[in-house]
Design a protein around this ligand. Structure first.
Ligand SMILES: CCCCCCCC/C=C\CCCCCC(=O)SCCNC(=O)CCNC(=O)[C@H](O)C(C)(C)COP(=O)(O)OP(=O)(O)OC[C@H]1O[C@@H](n2cnc3c(N)ncnc32)[C@H](O)[C@@H]1OP(=O)(O)O
Ligand SMILES: Cc1cc2nc3c(=O)[nH]c(=O)nc-3n(C[C@H](O)[C@H](O)[C@H](O)COP(=O)(O)OP(=O)(O)OC[C@H]3O[C@@H](n4cnc5c(N)ncnc54)[C@H](O)[C@@H]3O)c2cc1C
Length: 645
């Protein structure tokens, strides 16, 4: 900021907490903060990583530019001898969906989690050095959610000691895998295993797709890109592939581990949700403090739009959710590490809970974040619709997260199965543990009464927790009782699936709230940091209570009067957060390069930069547009009838 006017300085001076300490809480530790800060600046200062031209490049140029960036990133990683942690941060801050996401995010984890030791020794060194580039080829044209319905076959031929991978139908073509279309040399392909004419379900196979000499597909393999996707620049930096046929090398692991990669990736997607959400919120918050509309008295300045209660009511719950998702993401990472260690010791007992938590939280956080990015665009008024706001691209890149790695509704139905199983076991020897431990107090939760009498009573974490637990327990038990009336449970499950999904959402919201409350029980240093986090936790919880009031009232978990008091408390919390809003988004420590938004600039110098940015559009290369002589002039001169169009 040297020599630059900080238009948001007054806002920063209002902060009532230690921003530097909050940056460390957000990062997770001082080590991660320092590392992220260093790598973010490295990326921001490198001209190869510029991204302000993405919206105007053609698909081919966009894609080639992504290849250039990925190659440059790898060069820098080698030159600077970056650790795995630093390298992954570097890719994060380059901020461009690319084949490397799938290579490092799915191909390598799939080999680590599912391949035998011998296979790992063969493939991992090659993958780590990027001497092979891999992708994750599960989804087919005909089946994505229904993994057991995949049609690709892998038939073992004992004579050659090989598997013959075959796509017997058009719908069995692998369709969607990122990186597959143009870049990957190898893939973990999911196929139905057949030996001695017998089927053994879906397994993963490492398949070489392209020659390592000239990049041509190997004989019998047809590969291409599936075509343009939603949004202009956005996700079109990625090649998503279609392929048929191939030969491969043997793999054999326990059935439960086949799904392990999905559990891992869903866990990373929850952390990514807090990044995407915080980024949108940072843009909308800074711009809301810069933007003024109405309210000028005697020729004075107009009101900052962030001071309107409606703006706060839309924006601050999103800010609170960004922090909430950060902390639940941290916890989920711990849960994943724990389940992985157990699996290595052949202990599968916590896998169902890990599956339910990763599936449910992936669904909850991505749905919320996609909606929130769009809300942030609207919070920025007309300028939010400009590509230079960064929000349209962020939305287009982010929104498929609601679909990939498991459609969000399909995933909530998995949570519902887990919940219904838990309810059905109540009263048996098997006591609910972990995130369903509250079900162990179901008798109390079915009849307890919320004690809130005045608005401030809602600031008690135990009060909030019990209201959320009662709501979820009552919704789950109610739907379980309805299910029990069906002679055929699967028929009942289909019929009641909307109610089941609602119970799952309630359960996942409870997890997020409870993990935020647990975070606040830790020792958190820094003036005012814990107080501010407490306010955000209350905003997150009370906003859900307000938005889902129907659930809380229909289950009798709270009274209408208590619902109204929660809303009064929310308004008061907004006023307390307001002076800290800019500092709370500064704590994300995003560089202007990473934010990629004129509206979210750190210095708040929005208008001159918007004006400057507009002139850079290729349409402004000439004053009179190309096409004037063919199409505009004849129109104006009434010569269209004679014109050759
Ligand atoms: C990549 C880096 C990440 C960073 C992201 C940011 C960058 C973005 C760039 C790119 C990212 C793009 C990545 C996208 C990658 C993909 O999309 S890969 C494809 C992912 N596909 C899916 O997720 C498919 C969704 N479908 C499923 O998960 C399942 O098949 C299903 C659970 C819906 C199937 O249901 P069903 O047929 O009823 O179950 P079964 O298969 O028969 O299994 C039954 C039992 O298995 C348990 N189970 C299911 N899944 C899991 C799991 N993942 N882990 C553990 N256990 C699982 C299930 O609960 C059943 O157990 P019980 O029998 O005990 O009830
Ligand atoms: C950008 C992007 C990247 C991707 N990358 C990869 C990749 O790298 N590798 C890979 O293998 N795949 C990848 N995929 C594929 C992705 O995993 C699937 O698209 C996803 O799992 C959803 O499956 P589907 O497309 O079959 O949806 P469908 O299952 O066809 O869903 C269609 C609709 O049906 C509903 N539905 C489906 N089943 C049920 C049910 N049982 N009950 C109620 N409703 C139901 C869904 O809710 C949805 O509304 C990617 C997809 C995208 C968009």
């Amino acid at each position: 900021m040297d020599g630059v006017v900080d238009h948001l300085a007054d806002e920063r001076n209002k902060a009532q907490f230690d921003v530097e300490e909050m940056k460390i809480v957000w990062a997770g530790s001082r080590h991660v903060f320092e590392l992220s800060d260093r790598i973010a600046r490295l990326v921001a200062s490198d001209p190869v990583f510029r991204k302000d031209n993405r919206a105007t490049l053609s698909r081919k140029d966009l894609f080639k530019n992504t290849l250039r960036k990925a190659a440059h990133a790898w060069k820098r990683i080698i030159e600077l001898r970056l650790s795995e942690e630093e390298a992954s941060k570097l890719r994060f801050y380059v901020d461009e969906a690319a084949f490397t996401d799938l290579h490092w995010g799915m191909f390598v984890p799939a080999i680590k989690g599912q391949a035998t030791e011998e296979q790992q020794q063969k493939w991992l060194p090659l993958a780590y050095k990027m001497q092979i580039i891999g992708c994750y080829a599960q989804t087919e044209l005909g089946h994505g959610s229904n993994v057991q319905g995949l049609e690709t076959t892998a038939t073992f031929d004992p004579q050659t000691d090989e598997f013959d991978i075959h796509s017997p139908t058009l719908t069995s073509s692998k369709w969607w895998p990122g990186g597959l279309g143009k870049v990957s040399t190898h893939a973990v392909v999911y196929a139905r295993l057949i030996t001695d004419g017998q089927e053994h379900g879906v397994h993963g196979f490492i398949v070489q797709l392209r020659s390592l000499d000239d990049h041509l597909p190997l004989p019998g393999i047809t590969i291409g890109d599936i075509g343009m996707k939603f949004g202009n620049g956005a996700y079109n930096t990625m090649d998503n592939g279609v392929t048929r046929n191939g030969k491969c090398v043997r793999s054999n692991v326990p059935r439960q581990l086949i799904y392990g990669t999905m559990v891992f990736v869903r866990q990373t997607i929850v952390s990514d949700a807090s990044c995407a959400l915080s980024r949108a919120v940072c843009i909308a918050t800074r711009y809301s403090a810069v933007r003024r509309q109405f309210g000028s008295q005697n020729g004075g300045v107009e009101t900052q739009v962030i001071d309107y209660k409606t703006q706060q009511n839309r924006l601050f719950p999103l800010l609170a959710a960004a922090y909430a998702f950060r902390f639940v993401g941290e916890w989920l990472k711990w849960l994943y590490t724990d389940v992985t260690q157990r699996l290595q010791a052949n202990d599968f007992s916590t896998l169902p809970e890990a599956h339910a938590c990763t599936a449910g939280l992936k669904s909850l956080t991505t749905t919320f974040t996609a909606d929130a990015i769009e809300e942030c665009r609207k919070l920025c008024g007309g300028h939010g619709y400009l590509c230079s706001s960064g929000l349209p691209e962020l939305f287009a890149v982010y929104v498929p997260a609601c679909t990939y790695e498991g459609d969000n509704v399909v995933l909530l139905l998995q949570v519902a199965r887990f919940l219904m199983k838990t309810v059905s076991q109540l009263g048996s020897e098997k006591k609910p543990v972990g995130t369903t431990a509250y079900m162990g107090r179901v008798e109390h939760l079915m009849q307890c009464r919320c004690s809130v009498q005045k608005a401030e009573d809602w600031l008690n974490p135990n009060t909030i927790l019990e209201a959320f637990e009662a709501r979820t327990a009552r919704m789950s038990v109610a739907v379980a009782q309805k299910l029990a009336q069906f002679a055929n449970p699967e028929e009942g499950f289909l019929e009641l699936s909307p109610n089941l999904v609602e119970a799952s959402v309630a359960h996942c919201q409870l997890i997020v709230v409870s993990k935020f409350i647990e975070k606040l029980q830790q020792d958190i240093p820094g003036k005012g940091v814990k107080e501010l986090l407490g306010m955000l936790c209350n905003i997150y919880a009370l906003n859900i209570l307000h938005k889902h009031l129907g659930d809380f009232l229909s289950t009798g978990s709270i009274t209408p009067k208590q619902g109204s008091l929660a809303n009064d408390q929310l308004r008061s919390l907004y006023s307390q957060v307001r002076p800290n809003a800019i500092a709370l988004v500064d704590a994300f420590n995003y560089t202007d390069h990473y934010l990629g938004s004129v509206l979210g600039r750190y210095d708040g110098n929005v208008y001159p930069k918007l004006y400057e940015e507009a002139w850079k559009d290729p349409l402004n290369d000439s004053v009179v547009p190309d096409g004037y002589h063919e199409y505009i002039r004849p129109l104006l001169k009434n010569q269209l009838r004679n014109a050759r169009l």
